[in-house]
Design a binder for this molecule. Structure first.
Ligand SMILES: NC(=O)c1ccc[n+]([C@@H]2O[C@H](COP(=O)([O-])OP(=O)(O)OC[C@H]3O[C@@H](n4cnc5c(N)ncnc54)[C@H](O)[C@@H]3O)[C@@H](O)[C@H]2O)c1
Length: 374
């Protein structure tokens, strides 16, 4: 039997405390993966997290952690604007990497990481691994079989609302594990609802429909500031973007990432065709069947993922756990994941190109593509 993968986590904020640590310290995965170290510049947070979850070591920086430990892989769980530099450093050290969404903010950065990973022979898994979800795989098949007829249009999008200000267990207390300031979500680089939230819908949409060809958009800052625990947080990253994606042959999708307000009853994905509509879990109002559907109906979308079983079904952010386990399987068993850096790069291309379109007033051709290994 192979030794478990030794994983380090970069950043001990919300996703680490609510998702990575609770899932990856459960006994059922300890023969596959063990968290060997954590780091965070808020050192008391890294220390408190290590103590709470019995992790052997905590550091104040990624550099120190790499220097002092012998890790196989890292999960990058810091603010999005740091992912490229930290991912690059990890790959340069020969580590396999799981990127929390979004892997980078530009295609040029994604290209560099993908090339470097190839050179160093390390594996990259990039969240969100929407292609792994059996519901989306069933929808992809329905569409390929022509169940929707000729596709006409599609919609996806997300709204910030006050989600990050109100992540209660981690942001509204007065201890290092509960006082995490979400300011970066509203700042450049890496903030804004597209990289943080619409990224899920874009991954799902392209997982089902394949790569898009062009994008055009309007984008700007609607709310100049936000209030958090009595402080004013400035917003300099666009919080309102509306785009139209062109998949070719006059098949378009409307995509939004906004400050407040969502379309009601919009499933992931929402796709129209001449024979009806697929909206999330239903096709023309009938339930779509797929493996582990019943558990997903009870416990949520992520509960049908292959590694999300037993107690994992009841712990938050199970999809992030799944993506880490995809990396574990890839490294230990040479089993490639569908959550590829190439798929992430295409979604990053859409987002980056939408901002460029808004800036220039010109539709942008997308430069990237990806293939689905089924
Ligand atoms: N919050 C969520 O609901 C959620 C869900 C899924 C994925 N994610 C993803 O997880 C990642 C982190 O988001 P979050 O909500 O946990 O952020 P957060 O603001 O809660 O925590 C970020 C942590 O990173 C630390 N940090 C700052 N600079 C660092 C550095 N140089 N090196 C290491 N750590 C550093 C901060 O001190 C903080 O503890 C992002 O990619 C985000 O998209 C978040």
């Amino acid at each position: 039997m192979k030794a478990p993968l030794k994983l380090g986590i970069v950043g001990t904020g919300s996703i680490t405390l609510r998702g990575l640590l609770p899932h990856l310290t459960m006994a059922d995965v300890s023969d596959r993966v063990q968290i060997a170290a954590l780091c965070d510049p808020v050192f008391e947070r890294a220390q408190a997290a290590a103590e709470k979850y019995h992790i052997p070591a905590a550091y104040a920086s990624m550099e120190e952690m790499l220097e002092a430990t012998n890790l196989d892989a890292l999960s990058i769980a810091s603010p999005i604007g740091l992912h490229f530099a930290q991912g690059k450093l990890a790959i340069e050290h020969g580590k396999h990497v799981h990127f929390n969404k979004t892997m980078t903010t530009t295609v040029a950065e994604a290209d560099e990481l993908i090339a470097l990973a190839k050179e160093k022979n390390v594996r990259l898994v990039a969240s969100p691994g929407e292609l792994i979800n059996p519901r989306l795989q069933a929808i992809r098949q329905l569409i390929q079989e022509g169940a929707l007829g000729t596709l006409t249009w599609a919609v996806t999008g997300s709204s910030f609302g006050r989600y990050h200000e109100e992540e209660k267990s981690v942001r509204q207390g007065d201890t290092p594990l509960s006082n995490i300031n979400p300011a970066w979500y509203f700042r450049k680089p890496g903030g804004g609802p597209l990289y943080d939230m619409t990224v899920y819908g874009l991954h799902a949409m392209t997982a089902v429909l394949g790569p898009a060809k062009r994008v055009t958009a309007f984008s700007g800052v609607r709310l100049k500031e936000r209030e958090f625990m009595g402080q004013i947080l400035p917003t300099d990253m666009d919080d309102q973007t509306m785009m139209v994606l062109d998949f070719g042959h006059a098949f378009y999708a409307f995509v939004y990432g906004v400050a407040f307000g969502s379309l009601p009853n919009m499933g992931r994905p929402l796709i129209f065709g001449t024979k009806g509509v697929i909206n999330g879990a239903s096709f023309n109002d009938k339930v779509i069947d797929y493996p582990k559907r019943e558990v997903a109906e009870k416990k949520g979308y992520a509960a049908s993922l292959p590694h999300v079983n037993g107690a994992h079904e009841d712990v938050e952010e199970a999809h992030v756990f799944e993506d880490v386990m995809q990396l574990v399987d890839w490294v230990l068993d040479d089993k490639p994941s569908l959550a590829t850096a190439e798929h992430a790069r295409h979604v990053i291309d859409i987002i980056e190109s939408a901002y460029r379109s808004a800036e220039t007033g010109q539709a942008q051709d997308l430069k990237t593509s990806f293939t689905v290994m089924t």
